[in-house]
Design a protein around this ligand. Structure first.
Ligand code: CA
Ligand code: CA
Length: 272
């Protein structure tokens, strides 16, 4: 019985060893199978994933290219827009500057016209001022009688120079129209013999006043005029002196030096 038992045990043990071997072999097979499966899966995965990864990278590359193209187009559009806006801005500015330049040129032209007008006005005012000065001087030095101003010189000159002095001041040698004026001249000139504006230089013995009118009647001294062609200008002797015994008008040589009397009408003074 015990032998049986031992035999059973041995058998059992051997059986157990066998079982363990079987189990180990099974385990080895399992592990090998697992390794095979792993290897198979890895290869399978490797074989399966490689094309997918390639497809994915191509897709990403395509997307990147499209994005880059879109960005480039957008950039071009932006640049084009910026260029257009800049051109419009420059054109607008240029137009504004041109308008401003034209306005300034117009203003300069107007100011130039105004300046020329002011210069012209200033010249006129300067002339008026000079005329007023002359008139003031005339009022100060000349004597008013009725509607005329008279001036008697202190210097002596020939008839032509005497007349020039008067005409340069808007006057002329005196024309004696009546006895009142003759008496005024007599008072004015005291005893001095003076040139008056009467001559027959153009036609002998045809006496004309400096205004071109012909003498009709005059205040000749006794025996005058008697100088004929040698005495063509007239002097007035207001009263008898040692030199001139006869008062009144004398024909006398025009180149002789005497004092003179200028006459100016008030209308001439205003017009001057
Ligand atoms: Ca004469
Ligand atoms: Ca005479």
């Amino acid at each position: 019985m015990s032998d049986d038992i031992y035999d059973d045990v041995i058998w059992t043990e051997s059986k157990g060893v066998k079982t363990e071997r079987v189990e180990m072999m099974v385990e080895v097979d399992i592990y090998e199978s697992a390794d095979c499966v792993k290897d198979h899966d890895f290869r399978t995965e490797t074989n399966t994933h490689q094309p997918l990864q390639r497809k994915g990278s191509d897709s990403v590359r395509n997307r990147s290219s499209r994005a880059a193209a879109v960005c480039l187009v957008l950039l071009c559009v932006l640049l084009l827009t910026a260029v257009i806006v800049l051109c419009v801005h420059i054109h607008t500015k240029s137009t504004n500057y041109t308008e401003e330049r034209n306005k300034l040129l117009n203003k300069i032209s107007n100011l130039t016209d105004e300046r020329d007008g002011l210069i012209f006005m200033n010249n006129n005012l300067t002339n008026e001022r000079d005329q007023l000065r002359n008139q003031l001087q005339i009022c100060a030095e000349w004597t008013r009688y009725q509607s005329r101003f008279y001036y008697i010189s202190n210097e002596k000159a020939n008839w032509t120079e005497s007349r020039r002095y008067c005409t340069e001041r808007g006057a002329d040698l005196i024309i004696i129209n009546n006895t009142e004026e003759r008496d005024f001249v007599k008072n004015m000139s005291s005893a001095a013999a003076v040139w008056i504006g009467l001559t027959d230089s153009a036609v002998e013995n045809t006496w004309k006043w400096v205004d071109g009118s012909t003498l009709t009647s005059g205040f000749w001294a006794n025996g005058e005029p008697g100088g004929h062609s040698t005495e063509n200008c007239v002097m007035n002797v207001p009263e008898p002196t040692q030199e001139w015994s006869q008062l009144g008008w004398h024909d006398f040589a025009c180149n002789k030096a005497l004092q003179w009397i200028c006459e100016k009408r008030i209308s001439q003074l205003i017009l001057q």
